[in-house]
Design a binder for this molecule. Structure first.
Ligand code: NCD
Ligand code: ZN
Length: 344
């Protein structure tokens, strides 16, 4: 029986660090096991300029518990970006790429893009500079069922982006459906991140009769068993185009109160790599964990693979229910549950 596994140190290609006290609390958890994280730019005032990106990067790295931890920042795309600053920041590697949030698709996305065709000039710049387009792939028109938003985005937007910019490297973030997995597999220059929660939950865990479990509510919303299975297979076996991105997205417990407008997001960084290890073990694919957690991501982003290693021990890990410090209280994903792996 395997008691320990040793993997190249992972990176997390999709994390929300927020700002203020929340940032200092949650940064400790992501820097616990990862060498690099993509820090999503959907802060209250979104990160849209080189100066804001440099500042945000510094702030996160200052709060990390490991010296060599690196925060990588994509630009938050809006309808009215300063193009010369954007191109300068790409060329100086201040922006790792750019994140497309369709307007109002998720938390803090009201500055997002209204008409994607109007920012095709930005995709051209990304393609020319060999930088990545990260996409929140959901179309949130009122006539579209919440479970079909990813499919509609692919059909009505992503297909067209893909065929218009053939050399543009795209990450379809937090792939959540069988349809999304299939799109990533069958198109070139596109990869996908997969979260632990999309491989552990189905819509029954969110919508129970007429109630919503706020702690399992996230965007894209988790879907059916068929989608969960397809995501597990993609991460664990079909393993060159998919990589680790937790979409760990903390919200204060009060913002998860159902009386307030419900904030979408699941906080998983206190047990991120451990949850992935448990899923890979259930799939009998532990030997493929490292490719997913530590190799496919840097390869796609044209970055070096990490030199350090991380050891996971097979032991009972009881995930604490909350992350709590002074005025911050966040519900941990899988809080109060036991899993089989713990990073040393
Ligand atoms: C994220 C957040 O809270 O910032 N929420 C979520 O449900 N995933 C935003 C996002 O990545 O969609
Ligand atoms: Zn996210």
């Amino acid at each position: 029986m395997t008691n320990h596994i040793k993997i190249i140190q992972p990176d997390d290609w999709h994390v929300h660090f927020r700002e203020g006290d929340m940032l200092s609390v949650v940064t400790k958890y992501s820097s616990r096991v990862n060498r690099r994280c993509i820090a999503m730019p959907n802060t209250l005032i979104p990160i849209t300029t080189s100066a804001e990106a440099l500042n945000y990067k510094k702030l996160i790295e200052m709060n990390a518990i490991k010296k060599n931890f690196e925060a990588l920042i994509p630009c938050y795309l809006t309808d009215n970006l300063n193009i010369s600053d954007f191109e300068y920041a790409l060329q100086k590697n201040i922006f790792i790429g750019a994140k497309l949030y369709p307007n109002n698709a998720t938390t803090n996305s009201h500055f997002g893009v209204n008409n994607i065709k109007n920012i095709y000039n930005i995709f051209e710049i990304l393609e020319k500079n060999n930088k990545i387009l990260l996409i929140h792939g959901e179309l949130n028109r009122s006539d579209i069922d919440i479970f079909d938003r990813e499919k509609y985005f692919i059909d009505e937007e992503l297909n067209h982006i893909r065929s218009s910019f053939k050399d543009l490297k795209i990450v379809l973030e937090h792939v959540s459906s069988d349809y999304g997995v299939d799109f990533v597999k069958t198109n070139s220059n596109i990869s996908g991140t997969i979260t632990p929660h999309h491989m552990l939950l189905t819509k029954k865990d969110v919508f129970e009769k007429d109630k919503i479990n706020p702690h399992h509510y996230c965007m894209p919303v988790v879907k059916n068993e068929k989608d969960l299975i397809s995501l597990r297979k993609a991460a664990c076996f079909d393993n060159t185009k998919f990589f680790l991105g937790t979409d760990s997205a903390p919200h204060h417990v009060n913002d998860k109160n159902q009386n307030n407008p419900l904030k979408a997001g699941i906080f998983s960084s206190p047990s991120s790599i451990e949850l992935y290890a448990s899923i890979f073990e259930e799939e009998n694919a532990l030997e493929n964990l490292e490719i997913f957690s530590s190799i496919n991501g840097p390869k796609f982003y044209n970055l070096e693979i990490n030199r350090d290693y991380l050891i996971l021990e097979k032991t009972n890990f009881n995930i604490p229910e909350y992350t709590q410090e002074e005025n911050i209280k966040i519900k941990n994903f899988y809080g109060n549950q036991n899993i089989n792996w713990k990073a040393l």
